[in-house]
Ligand binder design. Structure first.
Ligand code: KET
Length: 398
């Protein structure tokens, strides 16, 4: 009966995590999946989250189903983080937000919405992008294309090519953008470049879909949301998927949100209703535990401030690791340019290693990075950075 079912080749990122876990090399280093580990190589529980958990646990409360759109405080937390506290569009009721099962859930609900209400639209993703972007949109029967983005030879962005490409697209085509900390390249647009992109989007009536999974890991909470807020200022309709997996270190709780910015409050209400309908038919309503953590941390001023500080500490540790990695590699291979390591933002560095070199790092040194050469810099720490840099230098020299 099931013989005709294809084998699943596995996911390039999650599969790597499994392979890493099964490796019994005592010196193994996980630089694959986008997870922040602290200086001791441990996945942190943020202090603000510990306080929120203590409140949730005392007294232990009943667990009813949440509304389809999740907790109101979770939704408000997403909105204020993305659009700014007191933003006029929030006062005017122009944003339809649903809490979602992680950033992935937000993308899925958004993709389903686009499939149903914009059936002619194609979705264009950066070349390269997070692999699951393509899988999620194709899984919702949205045709996916790629726009030029990363110039491998120069470790830079093909900006002019990208703009020229956008100009060829059809009205209401969707452009999936990374507002900060581009995955996998770490190469972000400047604010002036964002302005140009958004002007083209406006002129051609394209639909921007911004996926922000690393807010706070680039520059700061507000600068990382520049593209989102600029699009709002320009009066563009906009989809935003956000994830709290990384910046609240709540990976397994699956917390995120999908927000759709609409021209009028009436349209926002219609969209909100349809988002509810999408959620109902996919998973009914989101899980409550992580939603309560988000609600508490985002809506308590003192905890929110503490949280921002904790995110910036993670950001700063990653930046310090970039500097260290660059300096060790430069010392080892003086004739090669490693500036790209500190020009890139967020958790990832796109190292440009060949698949063979990535494979050698894994089999000879127990160092795991994604085969497209993406390294999660947040997996480096002062104890493993020298051995990682030495191993990289070794495979690069041969
Ligand atoms: N968007 C982007 C850009 C992203 O990198 C991730 C996760 C997500 C959405 C999903 O967020 P979540 O809240 O976990 O559903 N990326 C890392 C983990 C993964 O592949 O699932 C990664 O790229 O390693």
């Amino acid at each position: 009966m099931f013989e005709r079912i294809d084998y699943y080749a596995g996911d390039p990122i999650l599969g790597l995590m499994e392979k890493y876990s099964a490796d019994n090399n005592p010196n193994k280093v996980n630089l694959g999946i986008g997870i922040y580990y602290d200086e001791s190589g441990v996945l942190p529980v943020l202090d603000c989250v510990k306080t929120a958990e203590a409140r949730i646990a005392d007294p232990i409360a009943p667990r009813p189903y949440l509304p389809m759109a999740g907790l109101p405080g979770h939704r408000k937390g997403c909105q204020e983080l993305l659009f700014g506290k007191g933003a006029q569009i929030l006062k005017d009721g122009l944003v339809a937000t649903t809490a979602t099962i992680g950033g992935s859930g937000a993308l899925k609900v958004g993709a389903e919405f686009i499939h149903q209400w914009f059936p002619q639209s194609k979705c264009y993703v950066s070349d390269p992008t997070w692999g699951n972007h393509i899988a999620i949109f194709e899984g919702s029967d949205v045709e996916v294309g790629k726009y030029p983005y990363y110039d491998k030879a120069n470790s830079s962005i093909k900006f002019d090519e990208m703009i020229a490409f956008f100009e060829t697209l059809n009205k209401h085509d969707v452009i999936l953008l990374h507002p900060c900390c581009h995955n996998p390249t770490g190469m972000d647009l400047t604010q002036a470049q964002w302005d140009t992109v958004l002007n083209v989007i406006k002129a051609h009536e394209l639909i921007p879909f911004m996926d922000i999974a690393y807010q706070g890991f680039g520059e700061d909470m507000d600068s990382d949301a520049y593209a989102i807020r600029k699009a709002v200022e320009m009066g563009l309709p906009l989809f935003v998927s956000n994830s709290f997996s990384k910046n609240l270190s709540l990976y397994g709780e699956r917390v995120g949100g999908l927000s759709v910015v609409c021209p009028t409050a009436d349209e926002a209400e219609r969209v909100f209703g349809q988002l509810n309908a999408m959620v109902r038919r996919i998973y009914s309503s989101p899980p409550s535990h992580g939603g309560h953590v988000v609600d508490i941390v985002m809506n308590d001023d003192a905890l929110h401030e503490q949280w921002v500080g904790e995110v910036y500490a993670m950001r700063d540790r990653i930046k310090a690791m970039r500097l260290k990695l660059k300096s060790v590699l430069e010392a080892k291979i003086p004739n090669r340019n490693f500036d790209y390591i500190t020009r890139q933002n967020g958790m990832f560095s796109f190292t440009g290693l060949t698949p063979e070199q990535v494979e050698r790092l894994q089999s000879e040194f127990g160092i795991y990075m994604v085969s497209n050469s993406r390294m999660c810099v947040a997996g480096l720490n002062t104890s493993n950075i020298d051995s990682v840099a030495n191993a990289m230098a070794d495979v690069l020299k041969d």
